[in-house]
Design a protein around this ligand. Structure first.
Ligand SMILES: Nc1ncnc2c1ncn2[C@@H]1O[C@H](COP(=O)(O)OP(=O)(O)O)[C@@H](O)[C@H]1O
Ligand SMILES: [Mg+2]
Length: 323
């Protein structure tokens, strides 16, 4: 098992080792989506000898009529050997709370959940990620997150720099904006009464680019440079991806950011200040990799599936060794 921060993913070549023989795993995807990622993960896991049943959290249930108390479609009242969470699916606050509760319960029942509910919670809420990055000494732009317009107005009085405003639960660059003065502060209702205000990292030479690193606990899998026409350089916002090999500094910061939220796998977004310092913008606990795959020279699904299986196998061995 490779853990060194600069072990950049290598192509998986030759027939996959059948390390997963005998395991029955669940893959939880976004409800109602024919999923590009899911097909690839299932194919890779099954090539390693395991069985994988695809379902979605909205189809799972708590049921006191079952010995284990949790019903996952396709498992006939038994627990899976491991669970890969690709998505918790969109939903109301109650639905999301219920689904995270299911994932917490699965962990507490001894199932290895990849990523664990705690890591998902830390990443979905951008303020938690930011706090944990800061607490662990990982460079990230100065950020203040607070409730109430009054509080935000206090912070932005005499503002002499640009701030990035992000939705607390945002993704794909949606709903992100900038302000340069207190007068531009959005009203409380339009930010769901949470103000996430981060110092804007201005680009050098007007080149808008950042980096996405995809990592597992075991290795850096792949990474890309994203260059945009605007400062929001998500692929979903039209940025172009270019292949990139992280240097040891970027690899080490990415691994540290992933550890700070205690994720098994993550997509880490990094930016470089005009002075050359790397800073982490966010950590994604359910990263997509379609854009990244288009420029990567490694089969990402195979690499992730292999690391997932290794983690599940090690966890089961650990459970067996505990009296
Ligand atoms: N503080 C910042 N300074 C400069 N650009 C930023 C900053 N925060 C975000 N961006 C840009 O916006 C994009 C989206 O921000 P991010 O925090 O990754 O949220 P999302 O979850 O929407 O991807 C980043 O990839 C980057 O291009
Ligand atoms: Mg991002």
């Amino acid at each position: 098992m490779r853990v060194s921060p600069d072990s950049v993913g290598r192509p998986v070549t030759g027939p996959a080792e059948r390390i997963g023989t005998g395991l029955h795993l669940a893959l939880l995807i976004e409800e109602g989506r024919g999923e590009w990622h899911a097909r690839r993960i299932v194919r890779a896991v099954e090539a390693m000898g395991a069985r994988m049943t695809v379902s979605s959290l909205p189809h799972c249930a708590f049921d006191t009529g079952l010995k284990c108390g949790i019903d996952i479609p396709g498992f006939k009242g038994e627990l899976p050997d491991g669970i890969f969470v690709r998505s918790i699916s969109a939903g109301t606050l109650e639905q999301i709370t219920f689904r995270l509760g299911l994932l917490h319960a699965l962990r507490e029942s001894g199932v290895r959940v990849w990523n664990d509910a705690r890591a998902i919670e830390r990443c979905v809420d951008k303020s938690q990620t930011t706090f944990l990055l800061h607490k662990n000494g990982i460079p990230t732009p100065r950020t203040r997150v607070c409730e109430t317009e009054e509080h935000a107005r206090e912070y932005t009085a005499d503002l002499a720099r640009t701030l990035v405003m992000k939705p607390l639960f945002g993704s794909q660059g949606k709903g992100i904006g900038q302000i340069t003065s207190q007068a531009e502060l959005p009203a409380g209702e339009s930010v769901d009464h949470i103000y996430y205000m981060q110092d804007f990292v201005a680009p050098a030479d007007d080149v808008f680019e950042d980096w996405r690193v995809l990592a597992t606990r075991h290795r850096i899998v792949a990474s890309m440079t994203r260059r945009g026409k605007t400062w929001v350089t998500n692929i979903h916002q039209g940025a172009a991806a270019r292949t990139h090999t992280p240097d040891s500094e970027m690899a080490a910061i990415s691994m540290a950011a992933m550890r700070a939220v205690d994720a098994d796998y993550a997509g880490i977004d990094l930016i470089r200040t005009a002075k050359g310092e790397l800073q982490v913008l966010e950590v994604n606990s359910n990263p997509a990799w379609r854009g990244l795959q288009s420029v990567a020279d490694i089969n990402i699904a195979e690499a992730i599936a292999e690391d997932f299986l290794k983690t599940v196998i090690a966890h089961r061995a650990h459970l067996r060794s505990v009296p």
